[in-house]
Ligand binder design. Structure first.
Ligand code: SF4
Length: 332
């Protein structure tokens, strides 16, 4: 029978042991329903989730809620929105209680005297032209000034079909401001012309993502196996989608049979009562969903499936390490 130790040499086995101890239990929180941008393709607004619940404004209620979340076993709070930095008191309530990751568009600078080591992921939707088309402005030119050289910040670079052949220039810009980058794919929830993926484009972007990782190993936080999974939607003989997705809110998960999934995962609306179906929008079609976190979690919860060859298990370790780095559980 194949076992972890029979497949790994001592160095890989140490890496395996390091991540095995982490036991990450994440949940996602809509900090606010408001945003200071309105990007085309943002699932939060396109699905109407900004209207799903009215925002709790009492910071004390947020604090009590977060304490309950901690008791529920959550050890990673992923803050999204709307734009979380519009409500820094709520962000601070999380940061003082739990390991916290904050997704932001980077237009508001988070004060480092108040949040010295909070991990921030800044959304980036392509080059200057794409950002203007999809977001109405070149947000990079602002966010890169706010965070140049910050060791707790990376760009969450959403690739679109228009990015094929252009990734190198963007990643170099990010490297030049002393930041790191993680890549994901646009799901184009609002059907913007020219931004939906064709199979040949997915194949081309996968190749390019691999090349970029080889060219900028100190800047790009990624893994080739993740590139394969997210561009093909396949893991061995399985296809990503509703029947496989690990990132479904647990109390709303009535799938039968229930797939391997994130333990106790919930995505909460900003009234602190309403739950959303999954880590992304209710209106998204699971068969075309490209959500990066859901795909990497899909790999992570399916460890047993990867205990078949040394390469398969190493692939699994690399994806787990990538996730752990993105949320600061292990160093970059
Ligand atoms: S939309 Fe994506 S993240 Fe949500 S349940 Fe479907 S596959 Fe999972």
């Amino acid at each position: 029978m194949k076992t972890v130790s029979s497949l790994l040499d001592p160095e890989w086995h140490e890496r395996y042991k390091r991540i095995s101890k982490l036991n990450i239990r994440s949940s996602i929180y809509d900090v606010t329903n408001r945003c200071n941008l309105r990007c085309k393709g943002c699932f939060f607004f396109s699905s109407g989730e900004d209207q799903a619940a009215s925002e709790e404004t009492d910071t004390k209620k947020w604090e009590a809620f977060i304490d309950r979340e901690k008791e529920r076993g959550v050890n990673l709070a992923i803050l999204i929105g709307g734009e979380p930095t519009l409500c820094l008191d709520r962000v601070e309530a999380f940061y003082r209680r739990l390991p916290t990751f904050c997704a932001t568009n980077g237009l508001i600078k988070v004060p480092r005297d108040r949040f010295p080591d909070m991990m921030l992921g800044i959304s980036l939707w392509g080059d200057e032209k794409d950002e203007k088309t999809l977001r109405g402005k070149d947000a990079f030119s602002i966010s890169s000034k706010h965070y140049a050289g910050d060791p707790h910040v990376y760009y969450l670079y959403t690739l679109t079909p228009n990015q094929i052949g252009k990734i190198d220039r963007i990643v170099k810009k990010i490297k030049d401001v002393g930041l790191k980058v993680h890549m994901q794919l646009l799901s184009n929830d609002e059907g913007v012309d020219g931004f939906s993926w064709k199979p040949e484009e997915l194949a081309a972007i996968r190749l390019e993502m691999d090349e970029i990782l080889d060219s900028y190993p100190q800047t790009v936080i990624s893994s080739k196996y993740y590139h394969k999974i997210i561009t093909t939607g396949k893991m061995f003989n399985r296809s990503f989608g509703w029947n496989e997705c690990p990132s479904v809110t647990e109390p709303m998960d009535h799938r039968n049979p229930r797939p391997k999934r994130l333990i106790e995962f919930i995505r909460w609306a900003s009234d602190l009562e309403t739950m959303h179906r999954c880590c992304t929008s209710i209106t998204r079609d699971c068969s075309t969903c490209k959500d990066g976190a859901a795909h990497m979690s899909w790999v992570m919860v399916n460890k047993r499936m990867h205990i078949r060859t040394t390469k398969d298990l190493q692939n699994w370790i690399e994806v787990y390490e990538m996730f752990a780095k993105l949320y600061q559980f292990i160093p970059w």
